[in-house]
Design a protein around this ligand. Structure first.
Ligand code: ZN
Length: 232
């Protein structure tokens, strides 16, 4: 071990952000306990309930997510990343995506698509300024590495500042209203035909649907979504 590594490890020992066991920043036991989502959420409302009626004209063309947001160990990890900037959990996030992909049986929503563009859902500019990073970009990098290495990264969307976070709003209709008009497209962008949107958490799908609305208005034919976690 490099002497400097020894000093850093002694001062800041590697400990799971959820269970505090040593050895890994988000440990295998906590990842297993979080569990994987094997049935894709509703492309309209992100519900995991199979039998429900929900026909929105602005639905995504497909939505998938790796983990359950209600899982405590997953939430602990996301909070450490989002609010405390603990980026050393990211290699474990990549393993989580990898294991989910390995165990998944259903086809991906974008099956058969030959040219897919991948776009992160940008966080509000004031949030990025507060935190110093946009976690959706980090998840997009991992999705590119693990799920769609053949997709082309694009950066089309601009998101305005927001006084109210989507997470603070309980009702879907309030989330829809709060996000309306939040996105625009970088001037001069060429919008690809098939786009995969990436976010950390999808709750009602309102943010993804609003981004999809803007992209479709600018010429996109199909817009899919992938989130690290689904749920409230
Ligand atoms: Zn743990």
């Amino acid at each position: 071990m490099h002497p400097l590594t020894f000093v850093i490890e002694s001062l800041f020992p590697t400990r799971c952000v959820s269970c505090r066991e040593g050895g890994d920043w988000w440990c295998a036991a906590c990842r297993t306990q979080a569990g994987y989502v094997f049935r894709d959420p509703c492309a309209s409302c992100a519900s995991l309930v199979r039998e429900h009626s929900c026909e929105r004209s602005d639905a995504l063309d497909g939505l998938t997510a790796a983990g359950f947001y209600h899982a405590r160990t997953l939430r602990d990890m996301l909070q450490a990343l989002k609010y405390h900037g603990v980026r050393c959990v990211l290699p474990s996030v990549r393993i989580f995506f990898h294991e989910w992909k390995e165990q998944r049986l259903d086809p991906w929503p974008w099956v058969g698509v030959s040219a897919l563009a991948i776009q992160h859902l940008p966080a509000a500019v004031n949030r990025v300024r507060e935190r110093g990073f946009d976690q959706a970009i980090m998840f997009t990098e991992i999705v590119c590495q693990e799920i769609v290495p053949w997709a082309v990264r694009v950066d089309l969307l601009v998101r305005s500042s927001s006084a109210t976070t989507q997470a603070s709003l309980v009702h879907g209709s309030l989330r829809d209203a709060n996000i309306r008009g939040a996105f625009s497209i970088h001037a001069g962008s060429i919008v690809p035909s098939e786009i995969l949107l990436v976010d950390d958490v999808v709750t009602t799908g309102s943010t993804m649907r609003e981004a999809a609305r803007i992209l479709r208005a600018a010429g996109a034919q199909k817009v899919y979504g992938i989130a690290f976690a689904v749920g409230a």
